[in-house]
Each structure stands twice: as C-alpha cells, then as structure tokens.
Design a protein around this ligand. Structure first.
Ligand code: 5GP
Length: 213
C-alpha cells in the first residue's frame, strides 16, 4: 500500500498529565518514525534550553511578524507569551510521508484540526481527577492558589476532551507510550484515510475481473 502522506499527530492535555514526558519517550523509542515539530515562542529561554532544539525563541515583534506573514499553522497566547507552530516544517515533513508530532495547547490543537481535518488529536489525561490533583500537589513547587487555579483551568478544558480522537490515559508511562504508538500505527490503516488505496485496488480488480492483467 502507498502511504505517501505522513500524519499530523497533536498531543495536548491537562497541565501535569505528563504529555511532555510521553512525547519525549515516544520520540526516543521511535527515533526514525516520528518527527517533532519545533514551536516558536516569545517566552524567555530557560536554563538548559537550546535555540532550535526546544523552541525558536522570538521577540514579541518577531512573533507578530510571523503571524502577519501567515507563517504559523496555529498560535496561541499562554501565560502572557506567544506559542506557535511554524507551518513550512510541518507541511514539508508530511508531504514527504513523515509523521510529525505537535505538543501544543488545546486551542492550538483545535485550530490544527480545522486546517488538517485528518490530523490525529490525542488528549493526555491521568486515569482520574484525583490523580491529576495528586500530581499537581506532588510537584511541591506551586502554592495552593496556583494548584487551585490549574485545577480550575483543567475543569474548563475537560469540556473539550470530546473534540479529540483518542484519550491517552497516563497510568503507567511505558505502557502508555506503547499505546500511543499502536494508536498512531492503527490510525494509518483506517479505511477512510485510505480512499486512494481502496480506489487503486478497485481499479485493478475491475481489470482482472474482465480478464485483463
Ligand atoms: P512551556 O512554556 O512550558 O515550554 O510550554 C507551555 C505550554 O505551551 C505547553 O502546554 C506546551 O504544550 C504549549 N506549546 C508549546 N508550543 C506550542 C505551540 O506551538 N502552539 C501551542 N498552541 N501551544 C504550544
């Protein structure tokens, strides 16, 4: 079968649900199969981060110029900073048959689905709300006020979970990463994604059924 186009895979979810970790493991265990989309952001570079590896760091003015020029597939403002997906990189990989993973915020994910209805949207969630609360409390880096605020954001976000194609339940990391990989691979064979392949089979069968070869 001919799979000429790659998949756009969008991973988002609750803050504290572990999407960053899942994505890192997925890319580590399937190095040649998935490509990470590097976002642009106007936020400050953190210690240990590298230009072009973690993000393309931009000033607000530079970012706004990218918006104006239509260079972003989607963008959002989060915690007072811009974040966005450069369009060209994603498009060239997908056209080359490569699967690209975007780890982005929920409103960005929904923007991507509008542009690429065939994008695969995965929502990372702990098995239940108590686990999410425990994870946020367990981080011990935030005040109670910040944790309550995160839980209130999570509550609002929970109303968008059903817009996603699959939930990624982050119970055990290694089995979760395996499930994500299997989900992506199965998705490739979804009949509705393979109308071209079905058409080729039909045309050949038509010929064969008439005794032609
Ligand atoms: P951080 O500042 O911690 O690196 O990222 C903050 C949030 O921004 C994360 O939830 C991350 O998924 C999201 N994010 C990173 N890049 C993009 C992007 O290109 N577009 C959108 N919509 N969100 C992004």
């Amino acid at each position: 079968m001919d799979f000429t186009k790659g998949l756009v895979i969008v991973l988002s979810g609750f803050s504290g649900a572990g999407k960053g970790t899942i994505m890192k493991h997925l890319l580590k265990h399937h190095k040649d199969e998935y490509f990470l989309s590097i976002s642009a952001t106007s936020r400050q570079m953190r210690t240990g981060e590298k230009e072009g590896r973690d993000y393309f760091f931009k000033t607000r003015e530079e970012f706004e110029e990218m918006i104006q020029k239509g260079e972003l597939l989607e963008y959002t403002e989060f915690n007072g900073n811009y974040y966005g997906t450069p369009k060209e990189y994603v498009e060239s990989l997908v056209n080359d048959g490569k699967d690209v993973v975007l780890e982005i915020e929920i409103d960005g994910a929904l923007q991507v689905k509008k542009i690429y209805p065939e994008a695969l949207l995965l929502f990372v969630t702990p098995p239940d709300a108590t686990s999410l609360k425990d994870r946020l409390v367990g981080r011990a880096t935030e005040t109670k006020e910040v944790i309550d605020q995160r839980l209130s954001i999570a509550y609002d976000q929970s109303f968008l979970m059903d817009k996603y194609d699959y939930l990624v339940v982050n119970d055990d990391l290694s089995s979760c990463v395996k499930r994500v990989h299997n989900t992506i691979q199965s998705e490739r064979y979804r009949a509705s994604r393979n109308l071209k392949n079905i058409d080729i089979i039909q045309k050949e069968l038509k010929m064969f059924s008439k005794g032609e070869n």
